[in-house]
Design a protein. Structure first.
Length: 191
């Protein structure tokens, strides 16, 4: 059986041939007789029709999608997904890439796609490490999230703690009790 899967992020999405109608037409032309459709962003894991389809696929079936990003958020995720289906005896036809199955040609396409996915991951890691190394050289560099309050705001809140309770200072400044306790403990250690 040849199944198709179409997904759009919003019902109004109709650019670059990504509308549900355009995808469905392409899937039918590729031989899909049953098509499952979702209208959810790719970042969500809640895709009910996609889940139904995956449960329905059996060895010998073919899954057809117009593009890899219809079923996966990244090439790496797509590679894992396709390899899982191939291991189950299910062929995958990504219309803008080719058919992937356990034939020599299918294995070649998979290998090339997996190599690009690995390359993509490696490049992201390399760029991230280079960016961090450059950022660490900057004198004002701070690892992690940006500080929510300035040193002056924290110092003012600590001065208020002399005459007020934590709850009162939190109400006056908006700085949480946990942040105040950490700042107070840090100031005690530094004294």
């Amino acid at each position: 059986m040849i199944y198709g899967y179409a997904r759009v992020s919003t019902k109004a999405q109709a650019k670059d041939g990504n509308s549900l109608e355009a995808q469905e037409l392409s899937l039918r032309q590729a031989g899909a007789s049953v098509i499952y459709k979702d209208t959810f962003t790719g970042s969500t894991t809640n895709r009910p029709e996609f889940e139904k389809l995956i449960c329905k696929l059996i060895p010998g079936d073919t899954l057809v999608v117009t593009k890899l990003d219809r079923v996966a958020r990244s090439a790496a995720e797509g590679s894992k997904f396709i390899q899982m289906l191939i291991n189950r005896g299910i062929s995958v036809n990504v219309l803008n890439m080719g058919k992937m199955d356990d034939t020599p040609t299918g294995k070649l396409i998979c290998t090339i796609m997996f190599a690009f996915a690995e390359f993509e991951r490696d490049m992201i890691v390399e760029r991230t490490q280079e960016g961090r190394a450059i950022a660490r050289k900057h004198p004002d560099f701070h690892e992690g999230r940006p500080r929510k309050y300035t040193a002056a705001q924290i110092e003012h809140a600590l001065e208020l703690l002399i005459d007020h309770s934590y709850s009162q200072v939190t109400a006056m400044t908006g700085i949480s009790k946990a942040t105040l306790v950490r700042a107070k403990n840090k100031s005690i250690i530094q004294e």
